[in-house]
Design a protein around this ligand. Structure first.
Ligand code: ADP
Length: 447
């Protein structure tokens, strides 16, 4: 194998031989300048020929294979040959990867559709044909809204808020429930991957669970009301023997607890059945807070100091009864789960991000490991304490549902011994000032 120094050596040897040849030609009578010119022209012609051949081979994408020319040109041919081989290998690897990736994507049971920046179909897997009616390559380059008439999908894509999936019945078969997610990707996230999943089974299971809880709670309500009525009458009756008074008062307490649980379960079922907030009206939040606080003061019986910091001009577009239920759960929790002497603070104001409701207390707080779970149904940090305070374990689940109906989010900040702060952040568009409400209510007559 020749090395680079061999190649340089060869070129020097050729030049020396050329010099010697020029000397010989000079001896035969040719002028030295002409002899040198002849030798150099021959040397240059060789270079031009090898350069032209290399350019042609590269242009026609021919493989550079031995035998290679001698000298530096041979070295150059070999190097280019090595690069060609390397790029061939990496191209093959890329093609193999691309094929395997496509095979994997084709075997995914969910619909996958890649959209260009202008929302045109670039690629789709076979499942997209069955679930969304998008066929690839037949629909390549067509606008998604033209080929997929799925109701709501166009608006969902245009809205650009993909935090929550779109759940809709499939256009071609209403018995199929689809969950559609959109993931922006690529340069400045302007391309989109649409993922459609068949959630019919999960959806039906959820419906069965929802209906079961709603029906069971509903069926239990009437007998329980009757039992509670009789227990109450008996425990208050003068003819009831004293020995029965204590068991009857315990029964009354427990039936009341069961009634609260059933009422909360029914509230949750109602919230679940109605997917988004209905009866949206401008809600006078300061007034709602005042009424809840009056009830909370009665519950606390003067044991707590309740402080209000309310922007009385700030209203909220929402569902009045749902919002009242969320506020009262948060405020009653702050009273129920803190010892006498605690301070409860309520803030209602507008942030740059939108209206914010904050309920904080300086009670025992919540340990960090419980915080992610406290909005689950029946999750209590301290079961005995919650029961003793009349808690159902459903209050924060109700708050979470109400907030999700209002596109709002709940965040909890707390540490043991440092109190707890529950913050509800509403979307900016849902805030309304009292003045603009007044202007809306009495529009100026057209001029
Ligand atoms: P409950 O009816 O038991 O209050 P919730 O769903 O309203 O049920 O609350 C869940 C749990 O979160 C409560 O059992 C309690 O342990 C904890 N919790 C809620 N609010 C507070 C608070 N302000 N301070 C301390 N713990 C709280």
């Amino acid at each position: 194998m020749t090395t680079r120094s061999d190649a340089v050596g060869f070129e020097l040897a050729v030049l020396c031989a050329g010099g010697a040849l020029a000397g010989l030609l000079h001896l035969t009578g040719l002028p030295l300048a002409q002899a040198l010119l002849l030798v150099l022209a021959t040397y240059l012609l060789r270079h031009l020929y090898l350069l032209w051949r290399l350019a042609r081979l590269i242009q026609r994408q021919h493989r550079l294979v031995p035998p290679f020319p001698f000298g530096l040109w041979g070295e150059l041919y070999r190097t280019v040959g090595r690069y060609q081989q390397r790029s061939r290998k990496s191209r093959k690897r890329q093609l193999r990867f691309q094929r395997r990736f496509r095979e994997a994507a084709n075997s995914v049971p969910d619909a996958l559709v890649v959209l260009s920046k202008s929302q045109r179909v670039e690629w789709a897997n076979p499942a997209a044909a069955g679930l969304l009616g998008v066929h690839w390559p037949a629909h390549e380059g067509r606008c998604l809204s033209e080929v997929c008439a799925q109701s709501g999908l166009g608006d969902y894509l245009d809205a650009g808020d993909y935090a929550r999936p779109l759940e809709v019945a499939a256009e071609h078969d209403q018995s199929i429930m689809l969950s559609v997610r959109v993931a922006p990707f690529g340069e400045r996230k302007r391309q989109r991957l649409v993922v459609g999943r068949d959630i019919t089974k999960i959806y039906h299971l959820n419906m069965i669970r929802r209906d079961f809880v709603a029906n069971a709670s509903h069926e239990l309500r009437t007998p329980l009301t009757v039992i509670a009525g009789f227990v109450e009458n008996l425990s208050r009756s003068a003819s009831t023997p004293d020995s029965h008074k204590r068991p009857l008062s315990l029964m009354e307490h427990q039936t009341n607890r069961m009634r609260s649980i059933i009422e909360d379960l029914l509230t949750l079922s109602r919230l679940e059945l109605e997917d988004t907030a209905h009866n949206l009206t401008p809600v006078n939040m300061p007034q709602e807070i005042d009424q809840v606080v009056a009830d909370a003061r009665a519950l606390s019986a003067g044991d707590h100091r309740i402080v209000l910091e309310l922007d009385r001009d700030l209203l909220l577009i929402g569902n009045q009864s749902e919002l009242r239920s969320a506020i009262s759960n948060l405020v009653f929790n702050a009273v129920k789960h803190t010892p006498p002497g605690s301070r409860v603070r309520l803030v209602w104001q507008s942030d740059p991000g939108g209206p914010v409701l904050q309920v904080s207390d300086d009670g025992p707080g919540i340990a960090p490991e419980h915080i992610p779970r406290i909005t689950e149904r029946f999750y209590r940090v301290d079961k005995a304490r919650s029961r003793a305070s009349g808690g159902t374990g459903l209050g924060l689940a109700i708050v979470k549902h109400v907030l999700s109906h209002h596109d709002a989010v709940l965040s909890v900040a707390s540490a043991p011994g440092c109190g707890a702060t529950f913050t509800c952040r509403f979307p900016r568009a849902s805030g309304l000032s009292r003045q603009s409400r007044a202007r809306q209510a009495s529009p100026l007559p057209p001029q």
